[in-house]
Design a protein around this ligand. Structure first.
Ligand code: F6P
Length: 489
């Protein structure tokens, strides 16, 4: 990618400083799908051009590392990155992140096909934000927009994800000179599904979010379905009109399109080559058992309780396999996550008991696992079992495909993915290339996917699937988006 003076605005910083400056411990790379997709996109900073990343200072020791305005130059595998952190007080952060972003927008935006709070006992209803919470959200978004406008000579600004949805319109109001891009990493909801939650004030909040996104010159989404749903909402809530190439709003064309995110295959391959098998996999192999792996952030969108129920049933039917489930802690302290923990524990206890009766090892833990162990599990699994109720993309199947490329084709895994995850929309889920769609709300579908997967059916990960994942990688995603963004000028 050619070096472009380009701003990236993301709620998360590129990395968090969790150790003081004098210590030798490395700073912690931020994790999550957004970071994985955007990290390979940065252009090295040469003192004049390259990427400037603006994110929130969340690390305990961040302030020690930055100058008075929050700037520092970070050394990254892609070269130097000019980086600025914005700092907020805890009440503002709670309103912005805890309330609006993750108790309202996040649960609302995953309602693409099914009213999930009605369909499961633990998925929270989107919480209408309080006036103070909304003010905090506006304040944080405004701080980002102002910081971007302070960047003299920035040629373009790429705003990421739902936490910063108001920023594109704020940039436009402030006269930001370059093209403004916005990318939504999570799904966009269906109006028909979320209507029960759109009472007067909530509808207005959603309308503000949509209007914020419409401030962009180019609004990108993961799948064509997200584009369609956004267009419908933009017309109903924000007075937009369909136009060639996008939407017309206030006499302006907002281009909209699908840009499915990818991964950095070389990063996965390097880890897959060096990582040792984890102990539990070695133990399963000694028992001659196939290994089923479930790996994700412990989020209520991931369908973890549903999957555990299917695992339990498979054991009850006498299937023999080792299950290793790891849900990494996420958004701790955000109240709407409370019911999920209990649901996971309940289903895990049942699955553990069922596993015991057939003499199979079963693990479901809540833990943050290092990158090498994650990739080792993806490489060594016989079934990679994801089951998102809805998901922007879900990078686990993509990472697993690349990690498994080190194995002979006949020994590779079958990957299961939720029917409403971007990955099945983009890569297809008929199973022919080793990626099979399952409906997490249908126990029969989960069980069939698992039992066939254990037999390598319908097919194991194919060379074609691996080649597609490599081709549609994070860098080509970024290039495509930025080329189209430049094209809007
Ligand atoms: O997994 C990716 C993602 O869901 C992004 O869409 C989002 O911006 C990010 O995680 C947010 O996670 P966190 O709450 O950990 O900052």
């Amino acid at each position: 990618m050619t070096a472009r003076a380009q701003l990236i605005l993301a709620n998360r910083a590129f990395l968090d400083h969790e150790a003081p400056r004098w210590a030798d411990s490395p700073s912690t790379a931020s994790s999550g799908g957004l970071l994985a997709a955007v990290r390979p996109v940065i252009a090295p900073w040469d003192g004049h051009a390259g990427t400037t990343w603006i994110g929130v200072g969340m690390g305990r020791f961040d302030r020690e590392w930055v100058d008075a305005r929050g700037y520092e130059i970070l050394e990254t595998p892609r070269g130097p990155l000019r980086h600025r952190r914005l700092f907020f007080g805890s009440a503002t952060w709670q309103g912005h992140y805890g309330e609006v972003a993750n108790s309202f927008t996040w649960p609302l935006f995953h309602l693409v096909r099914v009213d999930l709070p009605r369909a499961t006992p633990y998925y929270p209803e989107p919480q209408p934000p309080s006036a103070a919470g909304w003010q905090s959200f506006v304040l944080v978004n405004r701080a980002f927009a102002e910081a971007a406008c302070e960047e003299d000579g920035a040629q373009s600004c790429w705003v990421h994800d739902y936490q910063l949805a108001l920023v594109p319109a704020m940039l436009r109001e402030r006269g930001f000179r370059g093209p403004i891009g916005f990318f939504l990493h999570i799904p966009f909801p269906a109006l028909a599904v979320i209507r029960p939650y759109l009472s007067g004030e909530v509808r207005e909040r959603l309308a503000e979010i949509v209007r914020g996104m419409l401030g962009a010159d180019l609004a990108g989404f993961q799948t064509p379905g997200d584009v369609e749903r956004f267009a419908e909402a933009a017309c109903e809530l924000a007075g937009a009109r369909p136009a060639a190439g996008g939407l017309e709003v206030d006499g302006r064309l907002v281009r909209v399109g699908a840009y499915p995110v990818g991964i950095d295959p070389e990063e996965v391959l390097a880890a897959a080559r060096r990582a040792k098998p984890v102990t539990r996999v070695r133990a399963a192999r000694e028992l001659g058992l196939p290994v089923v792996v479930g790996l994700e952030r412990g989020d209520f969108t991931k369908g973890i309780p549903e999957r555990l129920r299917a695992i339990a049933e498979a054991y009850r039917q006498g299937r023999r396999f080792a299950y290793i489930g790891i849900a990494s802690p996420t958004r701790e302290g955000v109240e709407v996550y409370g019911a999920l923990e209990a649901a996971i524990e309940r289903e895990a206890a049942r699955a553990r008991e069922a596993a015991y009766w057939v003499g199979c090892p079963f693990t479901q833990v809540r833990a943050a696992v290092g990158w090498d162990d994650v990739v080792a599990l993806q490489r060594d699994a016989d079934v990679v079992f994801t089951s998102s109720l809805a998901d922007g993309m879900n990078l686990v199947p993509l990472q697993a495909a690349v990690a498994q490329s080190l194995r002979p084709a006949a020994e590779r895994a079958v990957v299961l993915a939720g029917v409403d995850a971007g990955v099945t929309k983009v890569y297809g889920g008929d199973g022919r290339d080793g990626l099979r769609a399952v409906d997490p709300l249908d126990q029969g579908s989960l069980l069939e996917g698992l039992t066939e997967g254990l037999e390598g059916r319908p097919a194991r990960i194919s060379d074609r699937f691996i080649a597609q994942v490599r081709e549609r990688d994070a860098r080509s995603w970024g290039e495509r988006f930025l080329d189209d963004l430049e094209g809007t000028c």
